[in-house]
Write a protein that binds this ligand. Structure first.
Ligand code: PPE
Length: 313
């Protein structure tokens, strides 16, 4: 039997300023966002420090600032400041006594008006937390994944706004994800409307060749916070990182490739379109970056301490 849900339920969800029991954090079926995708969200992770009873939320302020930018783009009035949202996040993690979790803030146009014009619809804000393991499977972080170029292009820069982490943008992601999963691959590589490599359904993308790291520029992609962290860490390790457009054939003969994202963390890619990338497993640069990233998120590298919000459970 297929399980109804793979979500690990916890006790509370923060909704419009209050902690409500998990099962009561519901919304009306005529909520505007449910019909028109008119919401914006975030994805954040909280990590437990090994052997200590404390945890760190990774780049919490940066995520809440991006949530505000998404609202600005989508013209949604967000009634909470960045600091209030940060406090609310810590409050809901603490209420659920979670040492490590995924955090999903969502700002959505709620119940009150129907029709595309959202004027007058209330804005609801929730922050949910739950334990979430490796996004692309337990083995992915070590062994790498098999990906395929999707037949669906990523959004044109004037179709949907890629720098807003908007619910509606994920209609495109869901199409691509289902397409490649049905063909037996783990994730989709998506090209932009000019045919250049762009990003994945929920991750940014990097390649490595002759020791140089390349990633697409921010033009048509989400301004990933993990992407930004990896670029900084890579430069601190002495690597050259170039943000420039490239085509899929350059990926075919890259030495290494990997995805970055809050959920996916740093996931190596071992195959694209049935062509083995490099040696067919995580390469040395990918491994070095992955190790440095995992040290940073756990507070084991003082250079990146300012990215962490301390949380004692
Ligand atoms: N691109 C897209 C389209 C995207 O959704 C994400 C995050 C990224 C890039 C990486 O951004 P960042 O997390 O700031 O490094 N995707 C989130 C949602 C995944 C989901 O399935 O839901 C995430 O990783 O939390």
């Amino acid at each position: 039997m297929v399980p109804l849900s793979d979500i690990t339920e916890v006790d509370y969800i923060w909704k419009n300023g209050e902690l409500v029991p998990w099962a009561e954090a519901t919304t009306h079926v005529l909520s505007h966002s449910l019909h028109y995708g008119s919401g914006v969200f975030e994805g954040i992770r909280c990590y437990k420090v090994p052997d200590e009873d404390k945890s760190y939320v990774f780049r919490l302020r940066d995520h809440m600032e991006r949530l505000h930018r998404s609202c600005k783009i989508a013209q949604i009035e967000l009634p909470y400041s960045v600091d209030e949202l940060m406090d609310a996040t810590l409050e809901v993690i603490r209420a659920n006594r979670l040492p490590a979790c995924y955090i999903r803030p969502l700002v959505y146009r709620g119940y009150g008006v129907m029709g595309v014009d959202p004027t007058g619809a209330p804005v609801d804000v929730v922050i949910a937390v739950w334990p979430w393991g490796a996004y692309l499977g337990a083995e992915a972080l070590e062994k790498g994944i098999r990906i395929k170029t999707s037949s669906f292009a990523r959004m044109h820069v004037n179709t949907l706004m890629s720098k807003a982490k908007a619910a509606g943008n994920y209609v495109n992601s869901v199409l691509a994800k289902m397409e490649v999963k049905q063909d037996g691959y783990d994730e989709a590589l998506m090209l932009d409307t000019n045919g250049y490599v762009c990003e994945a359904t929920g991750e940014n993308f990097f390649i490595v060749r002759n020791g140089v790291i390349k990633t697409p520029p921010l033009t048509a992609i989400l301004d990933g916070i993990t992407r930004d962290s990896i670029i900084k860490i890579a430069r601190d390790l002495g690597y050259t990182v170039e943000e420039q457009l490239f085509t899929r054939d350059e990926v075919y003969y890259a030495d290494e490739a990997f995805f970055s994202g809050t959920a996916a963390e740093l996931t190596p890619i071992r195959e694209l379109d049935n062509r083995t990338i490099g040696e067919g497993h995580a390469g040395p640069v990918t491994k070095a970056l992955q190790a440095a990233y995992f040290k940073a998120i756990k507070g084991q590298d003082p250079r990146y301490g300012h990215w962490l919000t301390n949380y004692k459970f």
